[in-house]
Design a protein around this ligand. Sequence first.
Ligand code: SF4
Length: 423
Amino acid sequence: TAEAAADAPWKLALGELAKPKEAAGRKVVIASVAPAVRVAIAESFGLAPGTTTPQQLVEALKLLGFDHVYDTLFAADLTIMEEGTELIHRLKEHLAQHPDHEEPLPMFTSCCPGWIGMMEKSYPDLIPYVSSCKSPQMMMGTVVKTYLADKKGLDPKDICMVSIMPCVRKQGEADRPWFEHTEGVRDVDHVITTAELGNILKERNINLPELAGVEFDHPLGDGSGGAVLFGTTGGVMEAALRTAYEVITGKPMERLNFTEVRGVDGIKEAAVTLTPAPGSELAELLKAKCEAKAEAKAGPIAWKGDACDNSINLRIAVANGLGNAKKLITKMQAGEAAYDFVEVMACPTGCVGGGGQPRSTDKQVTQKRQAALYNLDEKSTIRRSHENPAVQKLYEEYFDAPNSHKAHEMLHTHYVAGGVENE
Ligand code: SF4
């Protein structure tokens, strides 16, 4: 309806931008740009994916009137810190509770609202297995209206937070009732999709490919190569492994490109051997597990197969598209597959194939967008989330440590069996 169209989130965001900057009541309007947007926006100008730069996009958003443009990559790195720590915590608890057998955890990722909506409606029993981490969009909204507001001396009610997303489910996510700073002050106010932004830029004669480009604003404008990968299937898994591997083993992962979870297959599986750093809590738990196993199997002959190597065989799976997720869950429920960490993205090939991306007649377009993201990761000077200095600073100044009490209160969420109304 005309009324609904007037309330379209992109119109509300433009309405705020239309107010003169110095006018009383004009909010500080902030944008945060998701990974998959930066490679697909070029298509709105008839160009191939990835042929305009993220910096050109930042300049275009500034020309539209945004006061600050931040990078959702920052929040993706923050998500990895929280989710990686949660995985390690779950591994420890699991080892302590089940020292004598190989039960899978598993932990599911939580950053895709399409998956969360289906899980709540069709698989509410899985709720305890889903990471409690907010998505990068929602972590960014929280950080902007708390940490950033404090730093800049702004009242959160005077900030209008706009996410630029490849996704038609992100506004619904932002509108979940509990994602608010204080009554009436939402963490994320409006979501604009890639395709909508392309139309707005063209209508305003902002010719993205011709812009020189400017850098993202700080302190929420830095992101790692791992964070870039959030925009494609397997990316959250790959970024999480880069960090979890190093935190658990005390050594950097030898190869950064985890090809087993790359590409466009509907379901991908792999296993990673993690040998916890000597003396760490995980190493001690594994030692206890080995001793319990040896005791249980003690007999006259010691079999080589009983040898315990003090390592974790982390079984991982990645599903993209809800049909593939259902297939995977059915196999897991039937006991035909066992995993410890599972990534699910609702759209084919992940967010690069999101419903808010520009329409394309090119059948290979999502693979091209994916390749452009892999390229941005390769070009990044920092490729692991835990090495992002701005995220390290946020912990030093505000959250103390990943999964701290404060981080838990502010960066984690909950789910609702049966789903959320009107989503
Ligand atoms: Fe949104 Fe699709 Fe990405 Fe899920 S996979 S967050 S539904 S664009």
